[in-house]
Design a protein around this ligand. Structure first.
Ligand SMILES: [Zn+2]
Length: 181
């Protein structure tokens, strides 16, 4: 089989998607570990010049539902950046900044309460989140890799666009169950 007319990703695009999907896999693994819940990973719009699109683990609905605690919301949100750090060796601070912003809307706290919660968590260097990501690194990588295969397949057929499903919640859960410790 030849591939003459198929567009292939640039190294930059590949790195972009690897970062994004590792990040989302971090959210997914934390959700499954702490809440036993899974969700779809889908493509979303991205407004910055480079990279075109991002992905999203669609968990905000059940993060707003009791018995989800503030600590769980924090851990699930912080797990995105923690996963990047664990798997790729660096953390995309932009992604984490937007996750911190989301914590405010998800837990619906007053701004001063949010900073108290965040300061408490940050002052201890996220030990819970780091431990979680460390423990489930295999599941995390499996989810990120499966999503990457789907991104590459969509890209090569010109169908990589917003709202496109990368991995269903069931598929994410199946990978987690297969590789978790
Ligand atoms: Zn995130």
């Amino acid at each position: 089989m030849t591939n003459f007319n198929r567009p292939s990703m640039t190294k930059q695009e590949e790195t972009h998607w690897q970062t994004v999907l590792t990040h989302e896999a971090g959210h997914a693994v934390a959700c499954l570990e702490l809440l036993g819940k899974s969700a779809d990973i889908v493509v979303t719009k991205y407004n910055v010049d480079f990279g075109n699109y991002l992905a999203k683990f669609c968990c905000s609905e059940f993060l707003q539902t009791p018995p989800c605690t503030h600590a769980v919301v924090f851990d699930v949100m912080a797990a995105g950046a923690a996963a990047e750090y664990k798997i790729l060796g660096i953390s995309n601070s932009k992604g984490f900044a937007s996750d911190l912003g989301k914590i405010k809307t998800v837990v619906r706290l007053a701004p001063e309460q949010v900073s108290t919660v965040l300061q408490q968590e940050q002052s201890v260097d996220y030990p819970r989140v780091r431990a979680l990501v460390q423990k489930q690194a295999k599941a995390l990588q499996a989810i990120a890799e499966a999503a990457m295969h789907r991104v590459i397949a969509l890209f090569s057929t010109g169908k990589l666009q917003p709202d496109e499903l990368l991995l269903s919640g069931d598929c994410v859960k199946e990978l987690y169950d297969r590789f978790k410790i």
